[in-house]
Design a binder for this molecule. Structure first.
Ligand code: PMP
Length: 285
């Protein structure tokens, strides 16, 4: 991704794409002192951009790493990046990280926090097969206890096991992996939240131990506005065989139907379709 034309916003100014570099002694590279956002724009307009800016700042706060820009400044910077790259339908990636500086060790409070924002065209997260229903592997790793790591932050360190789990899933011909949490309940995928349908009602894991996605919250609102019951609760793996439909939500994943988790099969059903259509209409409204 580094060898492209275009502009990236870095610490307050647009720089050439190929010049948006950091030093190898960057604290974040060694100690995972970084937080990020993934969001999409539709027709040049960023969906829930302000919420994402606020979450970046909150993630930084949770990691004791104050982001040196206001949400309004981040909003403007993202709009500038979209505009400078002439984008309409695109993915936007903001990153805040602790830089190289006077300290090179675990403690680095004197090292500045830097921010970069890039954007590029990006189609469906799971490719053309989206409507066939994604196949999920079950990860051998567990989402960690919030007493172990700040689980509500969108922090890079939380993604180490996501990459490992997704690679393992892809090696088995799956498109993603489902995590259980440290207590053994169903949690989320490697970059998306999960929903299920049983008897015409929606069930989704309670988001008190992993990222409470902005798309998850949007989809819960959409479903309730459609008059559907949504239950946010603990879901045990034994229940995976009882659901009829399943889908993932995320800024990148949008609403993606799931066709299979391990040995359990799901249909791409009516509720999944209605929710996906309502979400697509909302992001372009
Ligand atoms: N969980 C994880 C681990 C994620 O990476 C994402 C994507 N940001 C989500 C859930 C969904 O979050 P959102 O809907 O805010 O994109």
């Amino acid at each position: 991704y580094d060898d492209r034309d275009g502009k990236i916003w870095m610490d307050g100014a647009l720089v050439d794409w190929r010049a948006a570099n950091v030093h190898v002694l960057t604290h974040a590279l060694h100690y995972a002192s970084s937080v990020f956002e993934g969001e999409r724009c539709y027709g040049g307009k960023i969906f829930k951009g302000h919420e994402h800016s606020l979450r970046l700042i909150e993630s930084g706060r949770l990691l004791d790493m104050p982001v040196p820009y206001s949400a309004e400044e981040l909003d403007r910077a993202k709009a500038e990046v979209v505009e400078a790259n002439g984008l309409q339908d695109a993915y936007i990636r903001a990153l805040a990280w602790r830089a190289s500086g006077p300290d090179m060790g675990v403690s680095a409070a004197r090292n500045h926090v830097r921010v970069a924002i890039a954007a590029w065209e990006w189609g469906s997260y799971y490719g053309d097969a989206k409507w066939q229903g994604a196949k999920l592997d079950i990860s051998r790793w567990k989402r960690p206890d919030p007493e172990t790591i700040p689980a509500a932050a969108k922090a890079s360190g939380l993604y180490m096991i996501c990459t490992m789990s997704k690679h393992a899933a892809e090696a088995k011909g799956c498109s993603d992996a489902l995590f259980y949490d440290w207590e053994g309940y169903v949690a989320e995928a490697t970059g998306a939240n999960i929903f299920f349908v049983k008897d015409g009602e929606i069930h989704t894991p309670l988001a008190d131990r992993f990222l409470n996605g902005i798309t998850r919250q949007t989809v819960i609102r959409i479903a309730r506005d459609m008059g559907l019951n949504v239950h946010e609760r603990r879901i045990s793996p034994e229940e995976l065989s009882e659901f009829s439909e399943c889908w993932l939500t995320g800024s990148a994943a949008e609403v993606t139907p799931v066709g299979q988790i391990g040995e359990h099969k799901y249909k791409v059903g009516q509720i999944t379709r209605e929710i996906a259509e309502a979400y697509d209409a909302l992001v372009r409204a």
